[in-house]
Design a protein around this ligand. Sequence first.
Ligand code: DX5
Ligand code: ZN
Length: 219
Amino acid sequence: MFLISPSILASDFSNLESEISAMKRAGAELIHVDVMDGHFVPNITIGIPVVASLRKKTDLVLDVHLMISNPLTYAPQFADAGADLIVFHIESDSNPQAVIDAIKAKDKKAGIALKPKTLAESVFPYLGQVDMVLVMTVEPGFGGQKFMTDMCPKISAIRKECERIGVSPDLEVDGGIDCDTIGQTVRAGANVFVAGSALFGKPDYTDAVAALRKAAKEA
Ligand code: DX5
Ligand code: ZN
């Protein structure tokens, strides 16, 4: 089953409640929240209070993507704020195992993300413990960038290793996903799709979500 996770980075932040309700009506299953700290990535976005506010307004799965240093300190705070799924970067300065354990201790789903230059093999030791692996298909930090086709072999390698060891975490792709690029990620093994500009940039969200899902199904 394919799941669509609209990234609010491309939304109108002054109307967040109506933006996420519209995405729910449009059929999206998750809401992707890009948290950036100006240190792990060269941009600053939003944090814990915004997740807490969103939690009060939606029952969509809050898919929180931490592009921050020291996720071990902050992941539990995002859990308390109401995140459902907390995704941290393997390249961060925290011990990955400790971060997974901290998220699980809060009874939340844990995900591990890789930047484009990070090898697939780096997440292999954690595949049996995470609920999701997020393969970045752009350099993290900004929306609206061009999809990196050369990330598809990495998606396939992770999917293949999951099958080899008999686990099935969700495999999410993030960055430059639209109707033209989604198909190749499906063929590589992705099943959860983050899209910012391809959804919030469109006049009709229902049409935009439907078009993306159709392109995934036809891949
Ligand atoms: C980039 C973020 C993405 C971004 C995707 O660092 O992690 O989630 O918002 O935006 P688009 O879909 O516009 O590439
Ligand atoms: Zn993201």
